[in-house]
Write a protein that binds this ligand. Sequence first.
Ligand code: NAD
Length: 365
Amino acid sequence: MSQSLNIAVLAGDGIGPEVMAVSLDVLRRAGDKFGFSLHLNEQLVGGAAIDAVGQALPPSTLAACEAADAILFGSVGGPQWEHLPPQEQPERGALLPLRKHFGLFANLRPSVCFPSLTHASPVKNELIPHGFDVLCVRELTGGLYFGQPKFRREIDGEMTAVDTMIYKKSEIERIAHVAFAAARTRDKRLTSIDKANVLENGLLWRATVTEVAQSYPDVVLDHLYVDNAAMQLIRRPASFDVVLAENLFGDILSDEMAMIAGSLGMLPSASLGAQKPGGLYFGLFEPSGGSAPDIAGRGIANPIAQILSSALMLRFSFGLQEAAAAIEEAVKATIAQGLRTGDIWSEGTQKVGTSEMAAAVAANL
Ligand code: NAD
């Protein structure tokens, strides 16, 4: 009997439902080819859920996620929900609780600029003649964003804000293992980012990553201070393989890399929880970009970020390496054929819409 993949599908708002629908078609095609079937539980999330039932992450959606082996997420948010209190808005009200609830501590964002799409990158083309392929691994549940105490109040007659940067050694170890394991499947080079010249956290980070490196003698490790990393990633993006950073630094650097890659519409992401016996992960897989309200409903969004997110899901949550690689190759072949959505279009290539692009990827599988 073929393997049945148990997936919670949360398409969300804006372009989310458009790119989700066509990426599920690609996934079904991959299933036909590689012998798996899909058990999909589609649920409301974000603004769509606020409009329907008054909250961004309804209990029924959370229950569906708990019952699944992976969450395929579209995107949430839009101007019509921006008047709500911050905690109730689509992103804060849905994504952050999901990350917290499932302990999704590892965020993986491949930042790939295809050789034929370097024109979309703001980096000078002579610096990236062959494009680049960098994987950003970001710690997602620790550091300054969650450390206590955290407050804003008057102290000695003056308004004062406190955020706490805190990492336990075990938290650094587990994210370092994810990054080293990922490097092993790539070019076997890992650059760890810290601020060890100023922060105690940086000293512990560097010492711990260096210690973990001993279990991965085949991976070459180097370290960069975060300020230098911000510069080097722009100057020589093609020289990096895997970049590992704590929460705040990873947030900033992975956005920098997304911008350098050219279009948000091309970039997937994976947020993983603890590794399960057998080496698979429960995870949430989503495009790196948002709900793109400026182009929603027009059938012109690039579906590739969503399609590549489902490939990451096949790899990390279901161990279907061959099917994942086949989807990634089909995307490359589609780009090589000259098909482009508006965000990556250039003179001499063929402009297509969301469904044509996804259909071409499916056909190339
Ligand atoms: P955005 O990523 O939605 O859009 C930024 C730009 O990139 C826009 O011009 C958009 O058209 C373009 N873009 C993004 N994805 C694209 C695609 N697949 N194809 C073609 N073009 C694409 O960011 P924003 O405009 O800052 O935010 C819009 C909304 O999305 C906000 O409500 C924000 O809160 C939300 N958001 C959600 C997530 C998420 O769900 N994880 C992440 C970021 C932003």
